[in-house]
Write a protein that binds this ligand. Structure first.
Ligand code: ZN
Length: 458
């Protein structure tokens, strides 16, 4: 868990009564949002966005079906009322009302009596995980299908006939999404992204949506240095559409955090940006290291979430992903076992605090230029160095002297890398100082007119 108090980030949710409120709220959001039948378009997405807007305000937008977005086109909207497979006695053996994963997302309508033989090619199961219903989609190829547990499949009569009904429809409608732009003082803008297209699956991607809205709320309370663009869209087609509609603005994004799979019971992990050593990578690594929290490292992979679009050649937005049970890495992923038992409000709150800690360090990010670059400046005449000194580090046995030695050391590290190029996160990595300690040194040096911030950062 992240430490609280002045040694760590002031903006984290650590006060016991506030924490308690948050846990209740997260559980309530989990319960309300989990049952909604989301897909890349449709009423489930609209209901989800409306519910999230009740937590914190953001702008809802939409793009019409048929709109071209680079190499893609916004599909028709899909809505579904009911779907089931009934046996000869009329018993619904598979029912969408029981679990919305039972229908392949974007299934075409059907209402027929079929033999098992004709039905079987449309059934999807997981023989290696016989109690789990798989999650399957077919957005861009018109078909229909049912997903069921392997145990349910084994019970079906191979010689029987089945009533197969899916009451769904496609129509020219909208792709819905949400966004909010929080203004800071600098000219840097970061993207906080999540997606909102999965039906009843908890860690992927309910947890990302809840974290997104709580982060938005927390950042709105702050006086921000940088700008933050919050985007919630259906995965892939939504981020492609968003890029195409906001091309100029998105080209200026300095880095991104993708929010997904953040409330599992497992370990924290970090999927690196495509660069691997970008500012975002440095800050996430540094933030976890400073708190002594282990982090499973996942190198960049083109397979993943929306970073593959944001980081493509034209935009090249470095996007990192902090996870708690990363997608692909847990057995329950994309099955009915990724349910509310798999996630916890406590885990989500931890993820919220880590993301806040990372953003807190991002807020400290500036590069500086020493105003005395020709030698180490004389700290003594500015009251920044002890009056009596030998080898400061050798003298420093502990207590006040040790504090003084450490403070002077931090000043010298910042001055040494005051070349206008080295970001604070890199100085932290090289020196072993926390970003918070270095930030304090920066404040002192700015006050003493030994340093200035460079670029458009204010
Ligand atoms: Zn997914």
């Amino acid at each position: 868990m992240v430490k609280s108090g002045k040694d760590n980030c002031l903006m984290q949710v650590t006060d016991p009564s506030v924490r308690e409120k948050y846990l209740v709220e997260i559980n309530s959001l989990f319960k309300k949002l989990f049952p909604l039948c989301r897909s890349i378009t449709g009423q489930g997405v609209r209901d989800t966005l409306e519910l999230l807007k009740g937590v914190e305000a953001f702008t809802r937008n939409d793009i019409s079906s048929g709109t071209d977005c680079y190499d893609w086109r916004i599909p028709q909207e899909w809505n579904i009322r009911e779907a089931y497979i009934a046996d000869e006695a009329g018993n619904r053996i598979i029912d969408f009302q029981q679990n919305n994963l039972h229908v392949v997302s974007y299934s075409a309508a059907i209402d027929k009596q079929l033999s098992f033989e004709d039905l079987e090619p449309h059934l999807h199961t997981l023989p290696d995980y016989p109690q789990a219903i798989p999650y399957r989609t077919s957005y861009y190829h018109e078909t229909w299908g049912f997903c069921l547990t392997y145990e349910q499949y084994l019970k079906m009569d191979r010689k029987g006939t089945y009533r197969v009904r899916i009451d769904s429809k496609y129509f020219d409608g909208k792709l819905d999404y949400g966004e909010a732009l929080l203004k800071g003082k600098s000219d840097k803008e970061f993207l906080i992204h999540t997606y909102c297209c999965h039906p009843s699956l908890a860690n992927d991607n309910l947890s990302g949506m809840v974290l997104w809205i709580l982060l938005l709320r927390e950042l709105k309370k702050r006086d921000l240095r940088h700008n933050y663009r919050f985007v919630i869209v259906p995965e892939s087609i939504g981020s492609i559409a968003y890029l195409s509609q906001n091309e100029a603005a998105m080209q200026k994004i300095a880095g991104a955090l993708i929010l997904t799979t953040v409330a599992g019971h497992g370990a924290f992990g970090y999927k690196q940006t495509y660069l691997g050593n970008h500012l975002i990578d440095q800050i996430v690594t540094q933030t976890f290291r400073e708190a002594g929290q282990e982090l499973i490292r996942y190198p960049f992979d083109v397979s993943g979430s929306d970073e593959k679009h944001y980081s493509c050649p034209y935009f090249r937005i470095p996007a990192g992903t902090i996870t708690k049970n990363k997608y692909y890495e847990y057995r329950e992923y994309h099955t009915s076992m990724d349910n509310l038992d798999f996630v916890s409000a406590e885990a989500l709150l931890q993820s919220l605090n880590w993301h806040l800690a990372v953003i807190d360090n991002l807020e400290r990010m500036r590069t500086y230029e020493s105003l005395h670059p020709y030698s180490q400046p004389m700290l003594g005449k500015r009251g920044l160095y002890p009056k009596v000194s030998g080898h400061l580090k050798q003298q420093a046995g502990g207590g006040v002297e040790k504090d003084v030695a450490r403070r002077v050391d931090a000043l010298n590290w910042v001055l040494f890398y005051g070349d206008g190029k080295t970001p604070l996160s890199e100085i932290a990595e090289r020196s072993g100082f926390s970003m918070q300690e270095l930030d304090k040194a920066v404040q002192t040096l700015l006050e003493k007119n030994l340093l200035r911030a460079v670029g458009g950062d204010k």
